[in-house]
Design a protein around this ligand. Structure first.
Ligand SMILES: NC(=O)c1ccc[n+]([C@@H]2O[C@H](COP(=O)([O-])OP(=O)(O)OC[C@H]3O[C@@H](n4cnc5c(N)ncnc54)[C@H](OP(=O)(O)O)[C@@H]3O)[C@@H](O)[C@H]2O)c1
Length: 297
């Protein structure tokens, strides 16, 4: 895939490893100014060096953000808006899938950590950067969900269990947050009609995660991941879908769709079609993100 992204500014969250790092490298090779938005200065610096080296580009920078902390997201957005006059693509790649969690852990904002990181954080960051995206139109937003959701065909948004207060498992919280991202994708696309800003969702399939990122998991889970890895595609290959959705002219006017690793449009599970749930989730997300009504999209 060859595109000319010279002059485009692109944020990739969770860009210090896996698909996010691969996407940052591929986008930088195509000439984009890439902001690697990472939570750890140490891991971020190491990844920045790797990304500059592998892309041959110096137009990559590191900015710190913890997507589980609304204070951090607000600081990041303010610093970005101060430093960058345009934003062409916002990629919500970062996610928490800590399968070692046994009980819900609340963030400083009082929200269950997986839901906070994977849904409320991207919702807030999008809203804070939306005016800059609109001013830079045509612009694009990518949300990231999971093909694994197809194993939960009856999952729906549980408004009485957003913090895992009724039942909790990290798998359930993770897929719940990813379903929320698909519905956010749909509702945001509807609200952005006519603005020149589009939003699309990547349904990531089975992508290799290196063993060193799984050190916190019990041995049996690491062995499971090792088995999974045998059938997985590489982060580089998955990142090609990110690049396609960020850059390809054929996608310019498509919004609200989900895409797989082969750059094909795919249908998410049935519950993602319920427009009333999109709207209710939007309102609840706005409240959880501490945004006043009318200040979001
Ligand atoms: N790999 C798969 O098979 C698979 C399947 C379905 C969906 N996905 C999705 O694909 C995306 C990328 O995953 P990956 O496979 O590339 O895994 P990964 O290598 O573990 O990448 C996840 C990234 O998110 C970052 N992150 C986690 N919590 C964060 C926070 N609070 N604030 C900022 N950054 C945070 C991580 O940073 P740290 O280094 O600080 O932890 C890391 O850079 C995720 O959205 C994931 O849900 C992956």
């Amino acid at each position: 895939m060859t595109y000319d992204l010279t002059g485009k500014t692109i944020i990739v969250t969770g860009a210090n490893s896996g698909i996010g790092l691969s996407a940052a490298i591929q986008l930088a090779r195509l000439g984009a100014n890439v902001i690697m938005a990472c939570r750890s200065a140490e891991r971020g610096e190491a990844a920045l060096e790797q990304a500059r080296h592998q892309s041959g580009s110096s137009r990559i920078e590191l900015m710190l953000v913890d997507m589980a902390s609304q204070r951090s997201i607000r600081q990041f957005a303010a610093a970005f808006l101060e430093a960058h006059p345009r934003l062409d693509v916002l990629i919500h790649n970062a996610a928490n899938f800590d399968l070692s969690l046994k009980t819900p852990v609340l963030t400083e904002d009082g929200i269950e950590t997986i839901f906070a990181t994977n849904h409320v954080g991207p919702f807030l960051l999008t809203c804070l950067l939306l005016d800059r995206l609109k001013a830079s139109a045509p612009a694009r937003i990518l949300t990231v969900a999971s093909k694994g959701l197809t194993a939960y065909p009856f999952l729906d948004i549980e408004f009485d269990n957003l913090n895992g207060e009724r039942k909790f498992s990290p798998q359930h919280a993770y897929y719940h947050s990813k379903l929320a991202q698909i519905m956010f994708n749909r509702e945001l696309a509807r609200r952005l009609e006519g603005t020149g800003v589009t939003v699309n969702c990547v349904q990531v399939g089975n992508v290799a995660i290196p063993d060193e990122r799984l050190g916190h998991l019990p041995g049996w889970m690491r062995r499971l991941y090792a088995l999974k890895r045998r059938m997985a595609i590489t982060p580089e290959r998955m990142a090609e879908t990110y690049v396609f959705l960020a850059a390809d002219p054929a996608v310019q006017s498509i919004s609200g769709a989900c895409w797989d690793e082969n750059r094909r449009q795919v249908s998410p599970i049935r519950s993602a079609d319920n427009q009333q749930t999109w709207l209710r989730l939007w309102q609840v997300s706005r409240q959880l993100a501490g945004l006043a009504e009318g200040t979001e999209a």
